[in-house]
Design a protein around this ligand. Sequence first.
Ligand SMILES: Cc1cc2nc3c(=O)[nH]c(=O)nc-3n(C[C@H](O)[C@H](O)[C@H](O)COP(=O)(O)O)c2cc1C
Length: 332
Amino acid sequence: MGAPAETMPDRRTLESAVALASRAPSLHNSQPWRWILDTATLRLFSDNDRILPATDPSGRQMVLSCGAALHHLQTALAAQRWASTIERFPLSPDRQCLATLRFHRLRGSSDTEIRLAAAIHRRRTERLPMDAPPEWQRTVAALRKLAERAGAYLDVIGEHERPVLDDMSRRISRVRRADLAYQSELRWWTGHAVYPDGVPADTLPAGGRAVATEREFPPGRATGETAAEEDRAAILLLSTATDGRPDWLRCGEALSAVLLACTDRGLATCPVTHLTESAASRGFLRGLAGSDGVPQVLIRVGVRPPPRSDTATPRRPLSEILFREHPGAGVG
Ligand SMILES: Cc1cc2nc3c(=O)[nH]c(=O)nc-3n(C[C@H](O)[C@H](O)[C@H](O)COP(=O)(O)O)c2cc1C
């Protein structure tokens, strides 16, 4: 008789994978996820206390962020020779339960899996202008496959559409400037230095916005020359067939797959979502991209010339996001 199949990574492997998963991007670095570990499974929950009601009333971007963490976790474990089988939205009395993961041992990890896990450490959201990405057609073909595998559509917004997109972005920013609830949420989550969540001032452009397509944040201290720089980043749109929670989760997974593949190729990235926060702007984007799907998130992709900031944004400690369920004794 052979050895019993290995179906659960040891504690240290799981803890380091959850820590790596927490490097996933999230709306305003809100990190709206919780993981619960029992003897046979790891479950992912949204942390609805971290929803941003003025920016994200439906919790769509919260679930997108959780999807990105879910894909980061799979990537981290694959590099440690563990495959994950995911049941999305399992039957559960808890509506916040987004996925149950079970595991089995792999014979080895591929070079790609190891490189993608390494890319998790290097990925940053880059809000300064970028140069155009090289070999773009070939890269787009690869990114499209990754997005489709995760259940999302990927479209490129053409260079000639850029002026209308920039104009739409400026108009949305003007409307948002007068939205007090949105502004107070933005100020709560951004521009501070001492918290393990939120967007630190070091990662925000000094002028509040250095790229017209970008969301307007309070002015920060991101280092790098931006004066007279034109943003030549390519712009991608991720969309989904329908617009429910399963779509949002899958789209978050696609977002993570695209961001990590770009990082692995040496490209800088920035998710952009102020243009997908109203029905009107989503309709506009759909037409602009000629997409059949429902727009979820834009991604700027390019090359950021040096000097680049290497500061990683902070993350919450493991003790706040990973919990153990003890049989008969509940979660602790
Ligand atoms: C759903 C979602 C929406 C986001 N929207 C924006 C955005 O509109 N503008 C922006 O600059 N960054 C956006 N981000 C990036 C986050 O601000 C970023 O991931 C977070 O601050 C952590 O920083 P890091 O990505 O450098 O680790 C978004 C990320 C996610 C997952």
